[in-house]
Every structure is written in C-alpha cells, then in structure tokens.
Write a protein that binds this ligand. Structure first.
Ligand SMILES: Nc1nc2c(ncn2[C@@H]2O[C@H](COP(=O)(O)OP(=O)(O)O)[C@@H](O)[C@H]2O)c(=O)[nH]1
Ligand SMILES: [Mg+2]
Length: 298
C-alpha cells in the first residue's frame, strides 16, 4: 500500500566531506539526532561510508558520512579514499566541512578538484564554539574567494548550532522525487555493522598510538534469541602478537573494559540485552593486504 506523495517531495543524497577530525561524523549524528557514526578525538576513525537517513514530511535526505580526506599510505587508506570517491559520485549535494579551530589552510582542500561534476556545494565552518567572535567574518570572506559555494554556514556540530540554517539551505538543493528508503529505516547498514563499529570506537577511545589503527572488528556470530539475550561473538584483529598482548592486558582486564563499555552501548543502540564475547586474533599486516581487506569486507 503506497501513500501518494506530494509532487513537491524531495529525495537525495548528501555527502559530508572533509579532512580527518573536522567533525563529519558528529555532524551526521547531530542532523539525525541519533548516534550512528562512531566518533573519537583521533583522526581516521571512520573507515567506510555510513548512510544516515533523515525522514521529513516533505523530504528524505540521505547523508553519507565519509572517511577524512588524506593521501593514502597503505591499502586500507586507499580503500577509504575509494569510499570518498564513490560518495562524491552518488551525491546530489556536497557538504564540505572544515574545522575552524585548526590553522587555516584553505588550499589544503582543492574545492574544484573535489567537485569535478559541479554539484551544489555548501561550506560548513565547524567548531565555531572554539573560535573567538571576531575571527569568523574574515574567515567566511576568505573562503568565499576560493569557490562559489551555494552557502557558507558557521556551525557547531557538537552544540547543535547552525544546523537549522543548514537544513534550510540544503532542502531546496535536493531534487524532487520519491524516497529511496522506507520511512522507518535510519541506515542501509545491518545492525551487526553498528555493533562492530561500537566495539571499534571503544578501542579508539581506550588505546593509543598504532593500536586503534591496527585493529579491525569482525562479527563472527550474531544470534538473536527471542527468549533471552542475543549472542554476539566478535573477533578483534590486530597486526602483531605484541599488540594482542596489549589489547588483552594484564589478566584480561583491558579487553574486559572494552567489552563492558561496548556492551552497554550496544544494548542502548539495539534496545535489548546482549551477551558479548570478544576474542583477539593476529592477522599480520592486514591493512596492507588486499586479500585480507577483502575478507574483512573492504
Ligand atoms: N568543540 C567542538 N568539537 C567538535 C565539534 N564537532 C566535532 N568535534 C570533535 O572533533 C572530534 C572529531 O569528530 P568526528 O566527528 O569524529 O570527526 P570526523 O573525523 O570528521 O568524523 C571529536 O572529538 C568531536 O567531539 C564542534 O562543533 N565543536
Ligand atoms: Mg568520522
């Protein structure tokens, strides 16, 4: 049974593009008002594209959260940049997000190069909560010289500031058309994807240096049990034996901490209780191996 939609219904894809740590994932979560994309203070937390679907009475806007722009140094990073490329192709509108609390190098991002297909592009100056007032206007003028943006909008994704204006500017740029997804879904990824992402986030938050980057999480078993807790078994892959020891920790305490933090958040996300089992395995140099990456779904 399909309800007739108004002719003015809009539906389209909006890619969120920017450098590592600019606040792309924070922005998508804020726009959707749900935590879909994992966030950490470290760059390169997001490795794949994550769709977030915003359903409104007059539009369906599908946001694409992407990995941060970088020059790939190993195969995983190349894959990450392939996801950015695909997102650029799929998008109807591009949101370029910049962290204004860093030093500004407008030419770090080649706007024309990014937007080869001449799509409508909005520039978001993010983290204005960290910027002194007088600095904003000169910055907006500066970026205005570099590209004919549809709009330049100062925002704070963290504090939900400027997001109404963003939606107002964005809506008219979305093409007319029927929705791509049913109105009750928020993403195209299955639950197990988000479960793996939550575990990965806890690893990013609890470990330093190379460990988070050397880690991948694969869900091995995911059994829903209508009477009793769901059973989820995940494998945490690291690149070396020494990393395995660090991840497990003395008497398994480090791994236990990851497990309990992740389980709580998984339960919030799924809205039901789960039994979470974590195991650590070594997959030597998986980030550089095309074959291993493929088995991990990249
Ligand atoms: N102060 C401040 N911090 C922010 C804002 N947006 C994001 N952050 C922080 O910046 C870091 C990176 O955010 P994330 O969304 O993971 O960036 P991404 O790599 O572009 O996806 C996290 O520590 C966020 O809490 C903002 O508007 N203000
Ligand atoms: Mg991210």
């Amino acid at each position: 049974m399909t309800k007739t939609l108004p002719k003015t219904f809009r539906s389209g894809y909006v890619a969120i593009i920017g450098q590592p740590n600019a606040g792309k994932s924070t922005l998508m979560n804020a726009l959707l008002n749900v935590k879909l994309s994992i966030i950490s203070p470290r760059p390169q937390t997001t490795r794949r594209r994550v769709l977030g679907i915003l359903n409104r009475s007059n539009a369906q806007i599908v946001f694409i959260d992407t990995p941060g722009l970088l020059k790939p140094r190993y195969h995983l990073q190349k894959k990450m940049m392939d996801y950015v490329g695909l997102s650029l192709q799929d998008a109807d509108v591009l949101l370029i997000i910049i962290d204004v609390s860093r030093e500004h190098h407008p030419l770090d991002i080649d706007f024309k190069q990014i937007n080869k297909q001449h799509k409508p592009m909005i520039l978001l100056l993010n983290k204005i909560d960290l910027l002194s007032r007088g600095k904003l206007l000169p910055l907006m003028k500066l970026y205005d010289q570099f590209y004919p943006f549809q709009a330049i909008i100062p925002i704070s994704a963290l504090q939900n500031d400027g997001l109404d204006q963003l939606q107002k500017e964005l809506l008219p740029l979305i093409p007319y058309g029927p929705p791509f997804y049913p109105p009750d879904v928020v993403s195209d990824q299955p639950e197990r994807f988000f479960v793996a992402e939550i575990i990965r986030e806890k690893i990013f938050l609890n470990f330093h240096e190379e460990i988070p980057y050397s880690t991948e999480v694969v869900i091995e078993t995911y059994t829903e049990r209508p009477r009793g807790k769901d059973f989820i078994s995940a494998i945490i892959y690291v690149e070396r034996t020494s990393q395995k020891a660090i991840l497990i920790g003395k008497q398994g305490l480090a791994l236990k901490r990851i497990g309990s933090q992740a389980r709580k958040e998984i339960e919030d996300f799924l809205g039901r209780s789960v039994f979470l089992e974590l195991r650590v395995k070594v997959a030597e140099n998986w980030r550089k191996s095309e074959h291993k990456l493929r088995t991990m779904g990249y």
